[in-house]
Design a protein around this ligand. Structure first.
Ligand code: ZN
Ligand code: ZN
Length: 367
């Protein structure tokens, strides 16, 4: 059974439990997860379609004529309804046909203005609306064996891109040039797209964890921080490296070793059953004892899958126990406004006994 059909069966069981007649799925990664239909949304106002999953029986894909051929090819087992005037028109036809009395929708990815119109329709059809949150996201956190293979492949390709690019980084080149080179190389090597806007930060710019690449040109002896990821077969990768061209100075080496030690401590702490907060604490402790507790402001990591940021969280607020088959980043860092920053990020698969580190590339990691 494919990942999509397994997931669909689980969603229908949940709908039964919660007595929802059907679920309207608008979130693009959820849509892809359940149907295999890959069209992305270009913003929440430009939907490529919706799934309507009834409690039992065949699911529906509602979309417009721009996507008919793609939907037919990708969403095997789905009834296709092609609408001309949008979602509401489609629901007015399909809901009575399915005899839906209680309809769930995704509160975290549904326009307020559409919701107002949906309420009017629901009243007219005497359908009760129920807001749901994280219903499908919670299924997505534990990956199937097939998904894990795709995540390994995504990480491997991301590392190939890094290996092709880092040798071409030289003094005089701008952050923006390097970011563009990375993203072009991703596409050349077969990625669908970057999984987020590539971060390239030189020198003091590396003190901003989410620096936006600008016209700043690299000077000899400066830090280079790169955070990059790509999408391959729908699955995201995410990796950060920080290095100095030529011979790094002693302070950089000392700080990089500390961040790497924090990363190793966290990786050693990861296994099914421990919480995200415990793993975060393992890394934070190393940085605090090294004198840089205040310099590590963000959480240690996040889940990755069809989305580059998803559950679970590795942070002081991550209270749920990790489960085997989750994929998370481990990305400790330190950021000093007058100096710059260091972040090292690898992805791991949580297992019963520990974890599998997906990244094979150790360039610049162990100085
Ligand atoms: Zn990252
Ligand atoms: Zn990340």
């Amino acid at each position: 059974m494919s990942t999509a059909s397994q997931a669909l069966a689980r969603v229908q069981a949940i709908l039964q439990e919660r007595q929802l007649g059907a679920l309207l799925v608008s979130q693009p990664e959820n849509r892809r997860y359940l149907s295999g239909y890959t069209a992305p949304d270009h913003g929440i106002q430009a939907s490529s379609g919706y799934l309507l999953i009834p409690q039992e029986g065949e699911p529906w894909l509602l979309t417009d004529s721009r996507f008919t051929l793609q939907a037919e090819a990708e969403a095997a087992g789905f009834h296709l309804h092609v609408y001309r005037r949008g979602l509401l028109e489609a629901l007015e036809t399909v809901l009575p046909h399915l005899k839906v009395q209680v309809l769930g929708f995704e509160a975290d990815y549904f326009l307020y203005s559409t919701h107002a119109r949906l309420m009017e329709l629901a009243e007219k059809l005497t359908v009760q609306l129920v807001a749901t949150t994280n219903l499908i996201e919670e299924l997505r956190v534990v990956k199937t064996a097939a998904e894990l293979d795709l995540m390994r492949a995504s990480t491997k390709l991301n590392e190939q891109v890094f290996q092709q690019v880092y040798g071409r980084i030289a003094p005089g080149r701008s952050e923006r040039e390097i970011a563009r080179l990375i993203e072009n190389t991703m596409l050349e090597l077969g990625a669908e797209r970057p999984s987020f806007d590539t971060i390239v930060a030189f020198g003091e710019n590396a003190a901003k964890p989410h620096a936006v690449p600008g016209e700043r040109r690299l000077r000899p002896g400066e830090t280079v921080l790169i955070d990059m990821g790509l999408v391959l077969h729908g699955y995201c990768s995410d990796m950060s490296r920080t290095f100095m061209l030529g011979t790094p100075d002693a302070l950089f080496i000392e700080r990089l070793r500390l961040v790497r030690a924090a990363q190793k401590a966290a990786i050693a702490a990861i296994r099914a059953g421990v919480t995200g907060a415990q793993v975060d604490e393992a890394a934070r402790k190393v940085l605090s004892e090294g004198g840089y507790g205040e310099a590590f402001g963000h959480g240690l990591g996040h889940g990755v899958g069809l989305a580059v940021h998803e559950a679970p969280r590795l942070s002081p607020h991550g209270h749920a126990p990790l489960q085997a088959g989750m994929v998370v980043t481990v990305e400790p860092g330190l950021y000093l406004a007058d100096w710059g920053g260091i972040r090292l990020e690898n992805m791991v698969i949580v297992t019963e006994e520990g974890c599998e580190v997906l990244n094979q590339d150790t360039t610049f990691l162990d100085l």
